[in-house]
Ligand binder design. Structure first.
Ligand SMILES: Cc1cc2nc3c(=O)[nH]c(=O)nc-3n(C[C@H](O)[C@H](O)[C@H](O)COP(=O)(O)O)c2cc1C
Length: 692
């Protein structure tokens, strides 16, 4: 905090300093004419000129204007600023305080470095360091704030440690070299006529004028200390600043921002991030403590290692049930995250329980697992996938893990299993088979609690598509604000709805953020569906209960975005646009049957097109004179799309499974000439699908 306050000073000094294009000699002459008692002239890195003047009233310090030579007494630092500076340098505790501050700076440099390393590891490598952070809550904020402030904090900490070491005499400081006094002869020349003073004012650090006749002038400028003969104005002797002093100068500049006021402000912002980092760090630590598993054995000592790949956290509940049952059967069990896989010398089996997210992608706690696989010694393995049969890549990530394990030489303990929609029966059946394979008599059971459900009320409905046999409805639902216990969500997150009598929830992409004050979904009526006919029967005033599932991959941010949607798939796109600001290139390829019947969000999209949030709206109308599908439109725009995506645009796709596949194939074809592919973009988190 003290650093953040002090960081403002260079900018203030910079603003206060008048600039002059003149030479040191000319400015010194001007000031000497106005202040005959001038003894010493110094220039701060920010450009403030200070004169020491000896007059009838004794020595005086003045701030001088290099253009006019006018001077005013220095107001002196405010007591508050002096106090803060003292605190910042030594906690106001003298030499011991200095040492403590130096050590704290060194520790901070280590923390910044190790924090960066951990972040790179969590994001999947140094090259992904700039990529999106998926973690939610305090963890996500800790990572984002840390990443933004890391360079500034590291720099402040390293240079601060160096400066503390210098004031303690451990490394050389910025003291200028001293020269042996020489005597000069003859009447003094005018300052503005001396060749040795013909240097730009910006190079000046200090100029000392002779106190007595016969003494030389001493100039510290441009990295050299010189003695100047007042009679000839020529250099008598010179010494350059040593490496130590130059290092000190750099450390001073980079630490304080004196001499680079904008750097000072940036460092100040970074310093202000420290309290935020401390707060979020503490929250992460507390959450970790709450997650501690009772009876957990370290990985290196366990007979059985259970590793979990989860994003939403539900898979962990199943894993804990297995851990408890196996522990009860006398096994020494380790339960941890797939990302933390390491040596397990005593284990006789490894269990991998992995959910799948975002069309076959790894969940957060397993993102790094496959990279670490090469370092593991093969032991028998059992893979259990968690997923949802609604998704095309059902348990796709678990299948990838299974293939990779086999390739790495891990024998299969039992065939891979799957758990659909967190089915307790699926899990119990797999667990019994697993127990038999290990000779354990276990029957673990786990019934996941439904996520907290919120009461919603239908506020309005808009009906579309009857005329073209695609009945769709946009339902706007009231929600309680989150600070009163209501749900928090972003466009693209999913609303889980359980129709009366249904056994499993259905998910709908949200077309609004909780900040909009309502939840909105678009529902296509599927004949014989478990949920959509029921939702289609709801009218304003009707009540329902629903929960929110985060879908952090489906975000647009402020990057150029290519959105591709058909039918009700336009809902999350509308949500993103509702919250978007103009000025970013966004295009929407929208598949529909008939412009007059099933053009959902037509008024909004037209408005957003006009106010600049949506750069292009490209409808693909599949019925009528010239039927088109979105993939046809993509093909027509191939060259432009290739350019945009190669330049970093994100692609978001939402709609039916068939459409998602057709679009991916078209995209692969049009991206190939740029050396890109859908798979590659997916890996970079730049091609995100929400297809069903
Ligand atoms: C946004 C999102 C994407 C999903 N993608 C898939 C998928 O591609 N394949 C699949 O089998 N399951 C998918 N699922 C279902 C989850 O894998 C399943 O709900 C799992 O039980 C979640 O486990 P977790 O809470 O431990 O992360 C997805 C779920 C969500 C919310």
């Amino acid at each position: 905090a003290s650093g953040a306050v002090l960081s403002v000073q260079p900018a203030l000094d910079h603003a206060a300093a008048a600039r002059a294009e003149a030479s040191i000699g000319a400015v010194a002459a001007r000031i000497k004419a106005a202040q005959p008692g001038l003894r010493r002239l110094t220039r701060s890195p920010d450009g403030l000129l200070t004169a020491q003047v000896r007059g009838g009233a004794g020595p005086q310090m003045l701030t001088v204007d290099p253009v006019t030579g006018a001077a005013q007494p220095i107001a002196g630092e405010s007591p508050a600023m002096r106090w803060i500076k003292g605190f910042h340098r030594s906690l106001r505790l003298g030499e011991g305080g200095r040492l403590a501050v130096g050590l704290m700076a060194a520790v901070m440099a280590l923390l910044a470095g190790s924090g960066l390393w951990l972040l790179a590891r969590a994001l999947g490598g140094w090259r992904r360091l700039g990529g999106p952070v998926r973690a939610a809550g305090a963890r996500g904020w800790h990572a984002r704030i840390g990443r933004a402030a890391m360079a500034g904090l590291g720099l402040s900490a390293l240079t601060g440690a160096w400066m503390s070491a210098a004031t303690l005499g451990l490394v050389p400081d910025g003291t200028a070299p001293t020269l042996a006094p020489l005597t000069a002869a003859g009447p003094a020349q005018a300052l503005d006529a001396m060749p040795a003073l013909d240097l730009p004012l910006a190079a000046l650090r200090e100029l000392r004028l002779p106190a007595r006749p016969g003494e030389p002038l001493v100039l510290d400028a441009a990295g050299r200390v010189t003695q100047i003969d007042p009679a000839s104005g020529m250099v008598l002797a010179a010494a350059t600043h040593g490496a130590g002093a130059r290092l000190w100068d750099w450390a001073y500049l980079l630490h304080t921002g004196h001499g680079a006021w904008w750097l000072g402000l940036l460092l100040g912002v970074a310093a202000a991030a420290v309290p935020a980092l401390a707060g979020t760090g503490l929250m992460v630590w507390a959450a970790r403590r709450r997650m501690r598993v009772p009876g957990n054995v370290p990985m290196a000592e366990a007979d059985l290692v259970i590793l979990v790949g989860t994003e939403g956290g539900t898979t962990r509940g199943f894993a804990a049930a297995l851990q408890r049952a196996a522990t009860g059967a006398g096994q020494r069990v380790h339960l941890g995250d797939m990302n933390d896989a390491g040596p397990m010398p005593r284990a006789r089996a490894l269990v991998l329980m992995a959910a799948t997210w975002g069309d076959g992608a790894a969940p957060a706690s397993a993102a790094r697992f496959l990279d670490r696989l090469a370092g593991l010694a093969p032991i028998p393995v059992a893979v259990l996938g968690f997923g949802d049969r609604m998704f095309p890549a059902f348990c796709g990530y678990a299948a990838r893990v299974q293939t990779a394990m086999a390739a790495a030489g891990f024998a299969q303990l039992i065939p891979p299993g799957t758990v659909d929609r967190q089915s307790p029966a699926d899990f119990a059946a797999w667990a019994r088979a697993f127990g038999r394979a290990l000779g354990l008599d276990i029957a673990p059971e786990h019934r996941p609690a439904l996520p907290r459900r919120h009461a919603l009320r239908v506020v309005s409905r808009r009906d579309y598509g009857q005329a073209v046999a695609a009945p769709s409805v946009i339902l706007r639902l009231s929600v309680r604000p989150w600070w009163l216990g209501g749900p928090r969500f972003q466009p693209g997150d999913l609303l889980g709805v359980m129709a009366p009598g249904a056994t499993a929830p259905r998910f709908y992409s949200l077309a609004s953020a909780s900040a909009d004050g309502f939840a909105e979904i678009a529902v296509r009526r599927l004949p014989g569906g478990a949920c959509s006919p029921w939702l289609h029967g709801l009218h304003p005033g009707a009540r329902l209960r629903a929960f929110v599932r985060r879908n952090p991959a489906f975000r647009a941010g402020d990057r150029p975005t290519v959105m591709i949607a058909t039918g009700c798939g336009v809902a999350p796109m509308a949500g993103l646009l509702r919250r978007a600001a103009p000025g970013v290139d966004r295009s929407l390829y929208l598949g529909l049957r008939d412009l007059d019947s099933d053009f959902l969000y037509a008024p909004e999209l037209t408005r957003w097109r006009r106010d600049g949030r949506l750069t292009r709206l490209i409808p693909a109308v599949s019925r009528g004179a010239a039927p088109r599908h979105v993939q046809d439109r993509l093909r027509e725009d191939a060259a432009a799309l290739r350019r945009q995506i190669a330049a970093g645009a994100r692609v978001l796709v939402c709609g039916s499974l068939a459409m998602g596949r057709a679009v991916a194939a078209e995209m692969d074809a049009l991206l190939a000439p740029a050396g890109l592919s859908v798979a590659r973009l997916k890996q970079e988190g730049r091609y995100v699908e929400d297809i069903y």
